[in-house]
Design a protein around this ligand. Structure first.
Ligand SMILES: *[C@@H]1O[C@H](CO)[C@@H](O)[C@H](O)[C@H]1NC(C)=O
Ligand SMILES: *[C@@H]1O[C@H](CO)[C@@H](O)[C@H](O)[C@H]1NC(C)=O
Ligand SMILES: *[C@@H]1O[C@H](CO)[C@@H](O)[C@H](O)[C@H]1NC(C)=O
Length: 143
């Protein structure tokens, strides 16, 4: 009874102080990319989500793609979501959230990460020819 009253009271107060009072809500997880957020097509990237507590279920979501959802349980406080053979459509903004065995609801999402998938052949086109052409430009030479 008292607990219920306090919960309601806190709910009211906490809603009013959303932003600086994070006590009621589990804190955000963090999301990292390994080895890098910018990856060539067909390569592999792993997104790692880290929670502030152990033994949690993680979910990886994609911004603006509500159908995208990956889940993973971990006895520790980190989960790895591997992407192998990256495709251009894998690019986008990802975020993760977690829930504990007792919380039953997802935490606030992590800050989103923008995964960039570059064209596999970008780096094979050496810019040396263009540089030479520029140096030999008669307008440059004529001055
Ligand atoms: C990507 O991962 C797959 C599966 O684990 C592996 O077979 C492949 O060699 C990896 N590719 C690169 C470029 O590391
Ligand atoms: C979400 O995706 C749709 C279709 O891909 C696009 O038209 C829209 O601009 C996107 N919205 C945001 C906020 O990125
Ligand atoms: C981890 O959570 C599961 C339920 O999700 C529970 O059954 C298990 O006992 C928990 N393990 C530890 C070490 O807390």
């Amino acid at each position: 009874m008292t607990t219920e009253f306090l919960s309601l009271l806190c709910l009211g107060l906490c809603l009013g102080y959303e932003g600086d009072k994070e006590n009621e809500k589990p804190s955000k997880p963090s999301l990292h990319a390994w080895p890098s957020l910018v990856a060539e097509a067909e390569s592999n990237v792993t997104l790692k989500c880290r929670a502030p507590s152990q033994n949690v279920t993680f979910t990886l979501r994609k911004v603006n793609d509500s159908a995208y959802q990956r889940k993973q349980s971990s006895a520790g406080n980190e989960a790895e979501f591997p992407f192998t053979d990256l495709k251009p459509e894998d690019a986008g903004r990802y975020f993760c959230a977690y829930k504990t065995a007792v919380s039953h609801e997802w935490s606030e999402g992590s800050e989103p990460l923008q995964l960039v998938v570059t064209d596999k052949h970008d780096e094979l086109e050496a810019p040396s020819m263009k540089t030479v052409a520029h140096v030999c430009n008669p307008r440059t030479v004529g001055r």
